[in-house]
Design a protein around this ligand. Structure first.
Ligand SMILES: *Cc1c(COP(=O)(O)O)cnc(C)c1O
Length: 371
């Protein structure tokens, strides 16, 4: 039995009767730019995130880049982030004029290590940029403590974590809620994916929201009047309509992912070469990825591939070891937990539409490999 890493066609078949009329409605209206669905989605995502404002933009990358631009970074200004993440997290720091400062991760959760962040603060630090990796929130409360101590904002890369939450001082707080801004991606493979690129910024800071709304429209709050230089980064009405139709499914889809994750974890528990993902007890994980640490990772990958089982390595090279960041001076050994993690991880199919038989096929193949 083939088990793809992701099956977006299965999702499409299940919901096409809800999504296609929404798309047709936009086409009939011909309001492709900033049509009604954009504001509706912004309000709905803001509500979901316990935020006052949602600001649609062209991608998750721009949902990071625009808030970083509001920091007005000067050469040499530093933004502290994790070395173990998708490239956009650090690429946007550079493109906003700053220097990424990479720190190591907590080997259990794969998320940025708060003590390492505190140790990396310098007089040039302008922001902290944690990532809620694979759908599990980082320790935001400790990062907020560090940020407050040094008077810098937290920008949350919640691109993999829309709808994830964490208990902080006895209350559930959403990914993207507690930082100055949070960034979401609607890339098709994300838990809430459009039919193309899209992203959203959430914030409860009124001044930040106003500036971000301007920046996505060439810096002009009023058409043809430009207060500052922005860019063209809007969320298409078509994408907003697709996402609005999908949004009611997000919570049940994430619950399904958690159910599949629990099934995998239980079935792999007795297998010493395999370490299932660790969920911090404060967190409700949304399992954008189900990522194991394993022995003989590359051989397992080849074995699964030969059996028609989709899998992927997120991420094979930590960002401090990417050639484009060589000038920053990190070496092999600079961030050992990130480096070891990059050698050991493998992600398995975890999408909601997986059947029990498919899960059992994946589990059987892993047991067979280590037998
Ligand atoms: C997907 C992703 C992004 C970028 O989102 P795009 O919509 O692809 O531009 C940024 N950070 C992380 C952690 C991501 O997973």
């Amino acid at each position: 039995m083939n088990v793809p890493l992701l099956d977006l066609v299965a999702q499409y078949r299940a919901i096409k009767d809800e999504v296609l009329p929404a798309v047709t409605g936009v086409i009939e209206s011909q309001q492709f730019i900033m049509g009604a669905a954009v504001a509706q989605l912004e309000a709905a995502v803001a509500r979901l995130s316990h935020a006052r404002h949602g600001i649609g933009c062209a991608s998750g990358t721009d949902a990071l880049l625009l808030p970083l631009k509001t920091l007005d970074l000067k050469p040499g200004d530093e933004v502290i982030t994790t070395a173990f993440t998708f490239f956009a997290t650090a690429g946007t720091i550079h493109n906003a004029g700053g220097t990424p400062v990479f720190v190591d991760i907590d080997p259990d959760t794969f998320n940025i290590e708060p003590a390492a962040v505190e140790a990396a603060v310098t007089p040039r630090t302008r922001a902290l940029l944690p990532v809620h990796l694979f759908g599990q929130m980082a320790n935001v409360e400790r990062l907020l403590g560090t940020a407050a101590k040094y008077g810098v904002p937290v920008i949350e890369d919640a691109c993999q974590a829309i709808g994830a939450r964490r208990q902080v001082a006895g209350a559930w707080r959403m990914a993207g809620e507690l930082g100055r801004v949070g960034a979401y991606s609607f890339f098709p493979s994300k838990n809430l994916g459009g039919w193309g690129d899209g992203g959203m910024i959430v914030t409860s800071d009124d001044a930040a929201a106003e500036r971000l709304r301007r920046l996505r429209l060439h810096g002009g709050a009023k058409q043809y009047h430009h207060d500052e230089i922005g860019t063209n980064s809007r969320l298409d009405t078509l994408q907003a309509a697709v996402l609005l139709a999908k949004l009611p499914h997000l919570a049940p889809w994430s619950a399904k992912r958690r159910e599949h994750a629990a099934y995998y974890t239980q079935a792999l528990a007795g297998l010493p070469p395999v370490r299932p993902p660790v969920v911090d007890p404060c967190n409700e994980h949304i399992f954008h990825q189900y990522t194991l640490r394993v022995e003989r990772r590359d051989a397992l990958q080849a074995h699964l591939k030969a059996k028609g089982i989709g899998n992927a390595v997120y991420y094979p090279i930590p960002l401090h070891r990417q050639p484009c960041f060589a000038s920053l001076g990190y070496r092999e050994g600079s961030l050992p937990a990130s480096e070891q993690t990059a050698r050991e991880v493998i992600s398995l199919p975890i999408y909601p539409e997986l059947t029990r038989a498919q899960l059992d096929t994946v589990i059987g193949a892993i047991h067979e490999f280590y037998r």
